[in-house]
Write a new protein. Sequence first.
Length: 337
Amino acid sequence: MRLSSFPRRPRAAFTLVELLVSVALLAFLMLILEGFTEAASRAWREGQSRTDTFQSARTSLELLARELTPAVVDTRMQLVVAPGSILTAVGAQNIADGSPALLWMAPLGDEGSLRCVGYYLSRDDTKKFYRLKRLFIAPTDATGNASAYFPRMANLNNPRDPTVEPNPVDASWFTQTWDVNAFDDQNPSNNQAVVSSAADGVIAFWAQAIDPLGHPIPAVSNSTVHPKSALYFNSAAYSQSATSTPFDNGQSFQYLAKTPQSLKANRVPAALDLTIVLLDSATLARGVTIPIQGNVYDSTGALDVTASVQAYTALLQQNRIYNARTFSTRTKLVNGN
């Protein structure tokens, strides 16, 4: 028997136009998805960059505080908070304008031997490097030879040599033998003075000495009676601090004029307030303009850190920088009371 034939149904299929529209729609959706993915990835990278930078800042402040806590002075040793320009004068490169340099002696290293320690802010706008740097000098280098950069604390040939005594107006006791090679952190053979990066992304740095009664110590440079000095704090200045109650004039710290009876204090402060402002590497990589920090002083001549930070924050915001972070710590010195 012959089977009757039935008309075949046409097979369902996309037309060429429908296929092209589908491909175009898919490509559009992929572009949108890629945009969301890239934005999320960028936000994650920037967040991770900020986290790493801020963690580095906290770590660096902790290290600075640990090394500063045992600082010591006597008639042969000194602690200074000075304008960073004193390091520029002896060969340091890219010292940030307006920032301080801290220099002191402390029993660190093997068996608590004395070491010279320093911190300062380095700024290179061209390379976008903003770094808190650490200077570390031991009495001898890695081969056991005497370091040319370690401060001289005695002259056996001349016990009255004035160059081995801290100066009441400058930091030459530290810097008199320093040169550009002392700050060369790219030279692996320089083992007499070791310069390292304490923290990256530091765009401002302040240090304020505190007296035993908890008050900010006026800058030596702002004193009207002390011999002229550019230093902010000098343990060898002609000064005196109240230890339990203020002096009769209500002050807890005062500078003295140089007289035959004047004595150098030879005393570390009770504490140091340390403050840094940071930007993460992702923000710096965008080529933002970083302003120069300023220093605001109160009516006593002491650095007003809060006002200084507020003024600097305003400058940052003028340059559309809103994500800078400020970190502060008060470090008590065990030999300051």
